[in-house]
Write a protein that binds this ligand. Structure first.
Ligand SMILES: Cc1cc2nc3c(=O)[nH]c(=O)nc-3n(C[C@H](O)[C@H](O)[C@H](O)COP(=O)(O)OP(=O)(O)OC[C@H]3O[C@@H](n4cnc5c(N)ncnc54)[C@H](O)[C@@H]3O)c2cc1C
Length: 237
């Protein structure tokens, strides 16, 4: 898997700050003077805690996600407030590749791995036969597995990136998409460490874990956390 930040708003903090200030200033946006980063971050933090999250939509991030499984991208594209461009299995012919490009879950080991690889080899052999007999890739692809690699570009605004991270940075989320989300956060940190810092799993925002079986990483550090959790558990029964 390779995750690269292709582009982002040139000054994401300034973009979000200007959106915040425009709401509460007599001055128009062009006359606001955003130059004190600490001041900008203080206002952004206050905005985050107040729930005025639409201002976060003014900063955007585009990532190139390469060599991930179709199982991953099927989960990724469920996030609707994002834009995607994905390698097509209709138009790209995979019969010319030597070895199948696939993701193998690390838990598949030993004898199971041997069986897994044998089935994958059979699948790609049949795919090649179908294409060589004139079946178009758009039909031959019906045999391809969830493990098949794909490349995708995803563009998210910062609000969506936060909402996505809440779900996919959770230790209970599926390992491959969780790993990709961590890589996306690392890529954001290359532009702005503080913005990467706000990308956290949902427990860090909720103050408790809402999973049926918690991962155990979240530390309930005061009584109110325990009370909130009890109320929620009762409500979910
Ligand atoms: C651990 C886990 C397990 C999952 N298991 C399954 C499963 O078994 N089956 C399955 O089908 N899916 C499953 N999903 C996918 C899940 O149901 C969501 O489709 C996915 O996580 C996208 O979340 P979202 O809708 O909040 O995100 P986005 O589509 O990115 O939306 C972001 C936010 O925008 C708002 N929003 C977006 N669209 C609308 C709308 N039409 N109306 C109102 N508000 C909107 C909501 O506040 C939403 O949270 C799973 C997800 C996770 C994290």
């Amino acid at each position: 898997m390779k995750v690269t930040l292709l582009q982002s708003s040139p000054e994401p903090i300034k973009a979000i700050y200007l959106a915040c200030r425009t709401c509460y200033s007599q001055k128009p946006p062009t006359e606001l003077e955003p130059n004190d980063e600490a001041k900008m971050l203080t206002l952004i933090r206050r905005t985050l805690s107040s729930g005025h999250h639409s201002v976060l939509e003014h900063a955007t991030f585009s990532f190139s996600i390469e060599g991930v499984s179709r199982a991953l991208t099927h989960q990724l594209v469920r996030h609707r407030i994002a834009s995607y461009a994905q390698q097509s299995q209709r138009y790209v012919d995979f019969s010319t590749t030597e070895t199948p490009a696939i993701t193998i879950p690390p838990k598949i080991k030993g004898k199971n791995l041997e069986k897994f690889n044998a089935v994958i080899a059979d699948i790609y052999s049949l795919y090649k036969d179908l294409v060589s007999e004139g079946i178009e890739p758009e039909d031959a692809r019906y045999i391809l597995p969830n493990a098949a690699h794909t490349n995708i570009i995803v563009t998210m605004n910062y609000r969506e990136l936060m909402s996505f991270s809440k779900l996919r940075l959770c230790f209970k989320s599926q390992w491959e998409i969780q790993h990709m989300t961590r890589e996306m956060r690392k890529a954001v940190a290359t532009v702005h460490v503080e913005l990467a810092g706000f990308l956290e799993p949902k427990c860090q925002h909720l103050g408790y874990c809402d999973e049926k079986v918690p991962c155990g990483h979240y530390v309930f550090n005061d009584e109110s956390d325990a009370v909130r959790r009890k109320v929620r558990e009762k409500w979910l029964q």
